[in-house]
Design a protein around this ligand. Structure first.
Ligand code: FE2
Length: 75
């Protein structure tokens, strides 16, 4: 739920960034949005610590994405 809340905040701040043409508001809101992204990273790290099985599931399909990147010539 905490991660979902952070993601919701990211989308909300991003919508506000896109909705304003004031450069100061854009800068401040984008900074807050990016802080929320950092919070997602912190919570994901906490989740991996608290639930190693979940961490394995997250990592299980990383290989598929790497294969797709290689097919696209992206390394
Ligand atoms: Fe946050």
């Amino acid at each position: 739920m905490s991660i979902a809340g952070e993601l919701e905040a990211i989308f909300l701040y991003d919508a506000h960034v896109l909705a304003t043409d004031d450069p100061v508001a854009t800068k401040v809101l984008a900074d807050i949005r990016d802080e929320e992204k950092a919070h997602v990273g912190e919570l994901m790290s906490l989740l991996r610590y608290l639930d190693p099985n979940e961490a394995e599931l997250f990592a299980s399909d990383e290989g598929e994405v790497k294969e797709m990147l290689e097919e696209l010539g992206i390394t």
